[in-house]
Ligand binder design. Structure first.
Ligand code: FPP
Ligand code: MG
Length: 333
């Protein structure tokens, strides 16, 4: 949607209180579906899975449902695919918290903190298997392939992030490639899956996948920004964790190629990376405009997501997707 058209859509829109409202009943059914699946393999997995399920944003299943419904599919019929996407996402979070040694997630103890390393590896594997078992039972091989590619690229993005740790020479291009691999692609393919389930024309499928990729980029940019700026209690996970792990996100990468870089380089070489150092780096990034630059990049990604929507039918679902992109820029948790 070019500027004039986008502005017209914006002008006619009241931001909905619930961006998922048109598919809310089906999204509730996704929650119930996941709950049932988690209980299938006994009490332990059920307890751990449910611990993780509470407080999730449900962005991925909501996008499957909204994109599918936008193209004419019945949301209720897509519940298993939407649920599988969330279950696979849950698997990645359990393993991610273990890799990151992150103590909290969604405001509660991370699975590995509460139940230990072995249990969290096994829960992640179990969730991963459950997601694919649900997809296999659904019986659409194209969707199974789509989601296996998602998992492979997510893992590749994660490996890439590990290899880039503590690297003071990283480029913005490499950063954007990484966040597409670990987050953007998954969200893009959730949108694609919804459109495919609706048997939408190829042009609409591609447009919605583009929307998802940009929304995913926006989501990760804001996630990385909140690591510097958020109130930890609202965020439900520790802040400053990227810096402590040597994961240099856009504000740092950008500032490392800006005029004040020498001071930043000196700070980033200090050890240990304690609270004082995290504060000092965040202060420098704020003063040098790096946080503002990253916020501007998130807004630009949201605008590109909204632009992609001009190629799909105008209906209530499109309006909600439009507003959702806006909401993601301004989220605080
Ligand atoms: C969160 O990012 C993590 C990811 C987007 C992907 C993690 C993926 C893996 C660990 C691969 C495992 C895959 C399977 C299928 C088991 P983040 O660490 O930047 O965000 P955070 O602040 O929420 O932790
Ligand atoms: Mg993490």
């Amino acid at each position: 949607m070019r500027d004039a058209a986008a502005a017209a859509v914006r002008a006619g829109l009241q931001a909905p209180a619930d961006p998922f409202e048109p598919v809310r009943p089906a999204l509730d059914a996704v929650g119930a579906f996941i709950d049932r699946e988690l209980s299938r393999q006994g009490v332990a997995f059920g307890e751990m899975g449910r611990h993780l399920l509470v407080g999730g944003k449900r962005l991925r299943p909501a996008l499957v449902l909204l994109c599918g419904a936008l193209c004419g599919a019945d949301p209720e019929a897509m519940v298993p695919v939407a649920a599988a996407c969330e279950i696979i996402h849950m698997a990645t979070l359990v393993h991610d918290d273990l890799i990151d040694a992150s103590e909290t997630r969604r405001g509660v103890q991370a699975v590995h903190t509460k139940w230990g390393t072995a249990a969290s590896v096994l829960l992640g594997d179990h969730l991963f298997a459950t997601g694919f078992s649900v997809l296999a039972a659904y019986g659409d091989p194209a969707i199974v392939r789509l989601m296996s590619d998602v998992v492979s690229l997510t893992c590749a993005g994660e490996i890439d992030e590990q290899r880039a740790q503590w690297d003071l020479e990283g480029t913005e291009e490499a950063y954007f490639r990484r966040i597409h691999a670990k987050t953007g692609h998954f969200i893009a393919q959730c949108c694609r899956a919804g459109a495919m389930l609706a048997r939408a024309p190829q042009a609409a499928i591609e447009a919605l996948a583009r929307y998802g990729a940009e929304v995913g980029t926006c989501f990760q940019l804001v996630d990385d920004l909140l690591d510097f700026t958020a109130d930890e209690r609202l965020l439900g996970k520790p802040t400053g964790s990227d810096l402590r792990a040597g994961v240099y996100t856009l504000p740092v990468v950008w500032a490392l190629s800006s005029p004040g870089r020498d001071e930043l380089r000196a700070l980033l070489r200090q050890r240990p990376v304690d609270d004082g150092l995290v504060e000092a780096v965040a202060g420098l990034l704020r003063a040098g405009g790096a946080l503002e630059h990253a916020a501007g990049s998130a807004l630009a990604a949201a605008r590109r997501a909204q632009d992609a929507l001009c190629a799909v039918p105008a209906n209530v679902h499109r309006e909600h997707l439009y507003c959702l992109a806006e909401d993601l820029v301004h989220r605080v948790s």
